[in-house]
Design a protein around this ligand. Structure first.
Ligand code: FES
Length: 171
């Protein structure tokens, strides 16, 4: 049928079997997870593959993907630091916090640090508005929330992760 289907036929059939034939569009989310699993992002080609598998338009697949911070259109570092800059967080200083974190890491928003470890992204509401500034860390198959942040605390977290990675590499 297409590249994604040919690669994961058994898994895709298993996903589709969870939904009634007329509800194949509900399989978009698990198919996006599948497409993202190997590389950490969903390649453009996978969008059209998923559209074909589920019988909806590629634009609809892209808009579902764009709504969730868990799906990524671009490759990134091992960890994504996703800082909420939506209005309630902005009122608590998240835009300046984002700028300072980028400055400390030597990147612009959307870029990855030279060591390939951290990509900093601005995202919409992550439902922790009362504990801003906050960020969500994605990486190593996990998602963690860090709330009530300031630049010093966040950079300590970054350093701890760097140490953990260095220790892994030495082991
Ligand atoms: S606006 Fe930032 S978590 Fe809700």
């Amino acid at each position: 049928m297409n590249k994604l289907y040919n690669k994961y036929e058994k898994e895709i059939l298993g996903i589709l079997a969870r939904y009634p034939a007329e509800g194949k569009r509900s399989a978009v989310m698990p198919l996006l997870f599948l497409a993202q699993r190997e590389t950490g992002y969903v390649p453009t080609e996978a969008l059209s593959n998923i559209a074909e598998i589920t019988g909806i338009s590629e634009t609809d697949v892209a808009s579902i993907m764009g709504f969730y911070t868990l799906f990524h259109a671009e490759p990134a570092g091992r960890y994504r630091i996703q800082i909420c800059t939506d209005l309630p967080c902005a009122l608590r200083g998240s835009e300046s916090y984002l700028e300072q974190i980028c400055e400390k890491l030597g990147v612009k928003e959307g870029e990855t640090t030279a060591d390939g470890l951290f990509t900093v992204e601005a995202v919409k509401c992550l439902a922790a508005c009362h504990r801003a500034p906050m960020f969500q860390l994605q990486g190593d198959g996990e998602i963690k929330y860090y709330e009530d942040q300031n630049v010093e605390i966040t950079m300590q977290i970054v350093e701890e992760i760097r140490h953990k990675v260095a220790a892994e590499q030495e082991a």
